[in-house]
Design a binder for this molecule. Structure first.
Ligand code: CDP
Length: 227
């Protein structure tokens, strides 16, 4: 392995995407948003009217070709060559994604794709099970957290910037609900173990969050004489 694998896990709205994107940029690594993959499967299941059928969702997932393409704002997602970058961020998708992500066979398929995307190293991969299941030997494992009200405020701001209006209560309820499903599911639940370094971002600026992880990565890069 010549380059590091950096895993960033944590609950919804903890700042994983923003942080992971910037860390990747600073290190000249590839940013991989695994949540986008679960979201894309959810969007397609809703579109096809199979959202309540785990078996149909699993067989659909097996046959999908998913591409994450780096872009200035982070990453674009294409499924079977169709771009779904914006579509996967709707509240409708938010409301069902954790149910889809709890389907064992869906996880199995997406984990295989994620391992293929990251195995060469030089990646910052974010999700819920990266340090536990996708890359248990990741070089750096960070668990990002933040107080629930702060996470809801951040998500509200993102929606507002896109011209979408929701109440803070609706957003907060969705985050709490997803965290509950993601942490209690049978297959690879979101869980902080002692191998993770926890970074509580409630009172941190984005620059501070990024700096903390980049510094850790640079120390390791220096120590191991990798890139
Ligand atoms: O950005 P946000 O934190 O809202 O969520 P996301 O990272 O886009 O992930 C959306 C959903 O996908 C999560 O709530 C999980 O249910 C699921 N997910 C997962 O189960 N495993 C991953 N590695 C990534 C996401």
């Amino acid at each position: 392995m010549t380059k590091l694998i950096i895993a960033i896990d944590g609950p919804a709205g903890s700042g994983k995407s923003t942080t992971a994107k910037l860390v990747a940029k600073r290190l000249n690594y590839t940013y991989i948003d695994t949540g986008a993959m679960y979201r894309a499967v959810t969007f397609l299941a809703l579109e096809k009217g199979i959202i309540d059928s785990p078996d149909e969702i699993s067989s659909m997932t097996k046959n999908l070709s998913i591409e994450l393409v780096p872009s200035e704002s982070g990453a674009r997602i294409f499924v079977d060559k169709r771009e779904l970058t914006e579509e996967i961020r709707s509240l409708t998708v938010n409301k069902r994604v954790s149910d889809v992500a709890a389907i064992k066979d869906v996880r199995k398929e997406l984990v295989i794709k994620q391992q293929a995307m990251g195995k060469a190293g030089g990646v910052v991969m974010e999700g819920r099970d990266i340090g536990s299941v996708v890359f248990p030997d990741a070089d750096i494992k960070v668990f990002l957290t933040a107080y629930i009200d702060r996470r809801a405020e951040r998500r509200l701001k993102e929606f507002t910037e896109k011209g979408k209006n929701f109440s803070i209560d609706e957003i907060k309820e969705n985050l709490i609900n997803r965290d509950k499903i993601d942490s209690s599911r049978e297959t690879s639940p979101l869980k902080k173990t002692e191998e993770y370094t926890e970074v509580d971002t409630t009172e941190m600026t984005i620059d501070q969050q990024v700096e903390a992880i980049v510094n850790k990565a640079r120390e390791l890069i220096e120590l191991r004489k990798v890139k």
